[in-house]
Design a protein around this ligand. Structure first.
Ligand code: 13P
Length: 253
């Protein structure tokens, strides 16, 4: 039985006041969620992680980073390492978010190093995968997702895979208001689970949580969550409004 996982990616939004305000609102709103089997995490910008973590302390909402670097320490100006994330109380990090792949130019090889380093250092990675609109239109969705999954997880043992969450985020649905239909999401999630079963084994693939992301809102969250292989949601814009994010969380209870 896979436990639902609702995650909020704040991207490059909020400031020192609004990040803590949002976290305070979520912490008080999450009291009603206590005792429910659901994993919750928010991913604020690096510079607000510590303050947001303090505001969420005592709640059941964890903090995660939007990215991480794979080297342990040293001369890597501007980068943040796994042990630094651990040091300030992070449990999770995103790896290979579509904006990092397509805006910053991250490759599958780099993303793979980040996933491996995160797991080795005790941070649970969420590997983000998903196709561009032109790739979907050219019927290349499965091919692209296969590449992202295979190359992103390259060299990981079954034991390490157990630490991974996958997020399917079709790029054409991110921040566009276009959501994949529940059927489209289910189709790709099912494809990913079968791929994991072929790469590892069926029992392990059945344990791995696969989240959907891309214009998730309170109005469409329940339909997406009703799909057999949609185990949770990775929410962008709607996670910046506490009431919307809490409403989305309720669809997972
Ligand atoms: P939106 O929910 O704003 O479309 O963003 C999705 C996303 O990229 C989450 O990581």
């Amino acid at each position: 039985m896979r436990k639902p996982f609702i995650a909020g990616n704040w991207k490059m939004n909020t400031n020192s006041l609004t990040s803590v305000g949002l976290a305070d609102h979520l912490a008080s709103g999450s009291i009603e969620l206590e005792g429910h089997a659901v994993t919750l995490a928010v991913f604020p910008p690096f510079v607000y992680l510590r303050a947001v973590g303090k505001a969420l302390n005592g709640s059941n909402i964890a903090i995660g980073a939007q990215d991480v670097y794979f080297e342990p320490d040293g001369a890597f100006t501007g980068e943040i390492g796994v042990s630094m994330l651990k040091d300030i109380g992070c449990n999770y990090c995103l790896c290979g978010h579509s904006e990092r792949r397509h805006v910053i130019g991250e490759t599958d090889e780099l993303i793979n190093k980040k996933v491996a380093a995160a797991i080795s250092g005790g941070i649970l990675p969420i590997l983000c995968v998903g196709e561009l609109l032109k790739e979907r239109e050219a019927s290349q969705t499965n091919e692209v997702v296969t590449r992202h999954v295979k190359e992103g997880l390259a060299g990981l043992s079954a034991e390490k895979l157990a630490a991974v969450t996958i997020a399917y985020e079709p790029v054409w649905a991110i921040g566009t208001g276009l959501t994949a239909t529940p059927q489209q999401a289910q189709e790709v999630h099912d494809f990913i689970r079968n791929l994991l079963a072929r790469m590892y084994d069926k029992n392990l693939a059945d344990e791995i949580r696969i989240l959907y992301g891309g214009s998730v809102k309170p109005a469409n969250a329940a339909d997406l969550m009703s799909q057999r292989d949609v185990d949770g949601l990775l929410v962008g814009g709607a996670s910046l409004k506490a009431d919307d994010f809490l409403a989305i969380i309720r669809t997972a209870l």
